[in-house]
Design a protein around this ligand. Sequence first.
Ligand code: SF4
Ligand code: SF4
Length: 515
Amino acid sequence: MTIPHGDWLHGEDYRILELPDGKVLLFITGNNRVLGVSPQLGGHLREGLHTLTPDESKEWCRLVEQGVISDSNRHRLASSTFSDGANLAINVNLTALCNLGCTYCFADGGDYGRIKGKMGSQTVGYIFDFIREHVTDTRAVRFEFFGGEPLLNFDCMKQICDDSDAFRRESGVEFIYRISTNLTVMPDGVLDLFAQKKFIVSVSIDGGRETQEHNRPTKGGGGSFDKVIANCRRVREAGDDITLVARMTVVGDRVPLVDNVRELIAYNLFDYFQIYPGVVPASHNGIFSTVITIGRGATARNAGAQMRKTGSDSSRKNTVDPSFYAQVVELFEIYPTLFSSGNRFRGVLEYERFAEMIVHGKMALSYCSGGRNYYTFSPDDSIMPCHRLVGETEFQGGSGKGGLTADLSAWRLSVDEHPTCSKCWIRYVCGGGCKQENYVATGSLTTPNAEMCKSQILLVEQVARMLSERGRSYANRNRVPLEDLFVSCGRPVVMNLRQPDATLPGDLHHFYSPY
Ligand code: SF4
Ligand code: SF4
């Protein structure tokens, strides 16, 4: 029997996920939908669509007819442009100065040490010229204030905010304001500005006291935790419309990630978390010889222990902290229990973004907006497609004076045009990988970094598992604010136009709704 999409391949066009509780899920790459399937059908789908029984084939055909199984993502991507899915965003590198001496601030490929001096008025003028020329149809622009420690050049930041008011009056363009800060300095007027502009304040804090003091001491070796928490309280009190994000870097597991997250949530200050792996010398990492699977608990911890013991790819200088993946799996085990009515915590941004794509039929047009709708301005007046590539002149997109002049097509390559990503089952959730991480790992912007791919696959697997285990109460959480929060360097996300979720026919024997 010939069936629609009969040429789809397991691992490229769909993926069977076996959960620890014995349930089997089908992830459909073509529309980011997750369905529950019988273990028997799961086994057949693993082998290939040609092995389905007549009864299974009949149900597959019905679901294709109803649009439950489809390849909407491919069509949606093909009809999109590079300016779809995200607002124009400007990363403003305000200063090279920083007052902390973080233990992991040594990485190749980081932006540290690449910015020279402080931004001045001339660059601010160039920024608004650029906005005038490149604002997209949404007529909304996001500022990302960055450094060094951006609050060490507060005057310039304030000037940009003031100028944006005049620009808004003249052009009708709206602005969203976000800052990445260590929040150890609080210049006069900053709280009023945060409140007035409804800032998204992304605070670099790696966990509870022990972890923060270990990872992020002051340059003089003193502690930063008390000051950061005290300043978070002041920000929180300055306005309920300020969004506070705890931006955590995971380095080691002296204190487990789960405990660090719990400790920070208990302060009831943060609306969201972002959790990223720290970068460590490659000799500490065996990621290339260990595969992380959807397993949980002891399995995940064993995998982590194994990763710490095994060797590494010696061609790489720095790599993801080896304890990261197992700690993330542990966090997923308790993640839904972290929400409570008396606490502001509304989720880990990346996890919620993935859940939103699966539950609501959205897709990523790219991994980030770098070189599409997101540009970095620095005191040297360069325009870069990525904030972490400042100083790498071969990637320079243009200059403040001359505007965008470089060929940015590599930044706009879609997953379906890419030889590796086009065969990856999570391609329309991932969007094709961080080009800067690719460059550091492989020497090419467009050759995927294997570690990053594993990390993205792990997150998709864990989110699918969580949706199945936690049911509608987790699936139906309100995720509307995500559009404005610049998740994953502004990953452009759009509706994929799949058929809306509807109750599956009650007489199916092999498929069911998992949440
Ligand atoms: S970067 Fe890796 S995980 Fe992402 S789509 Fe490409 S191959 Fe898949
Ligand atoms: S995702 Fe990577 S390439 Fe894109 S802007 Fe961020 S750091 Fe740069």
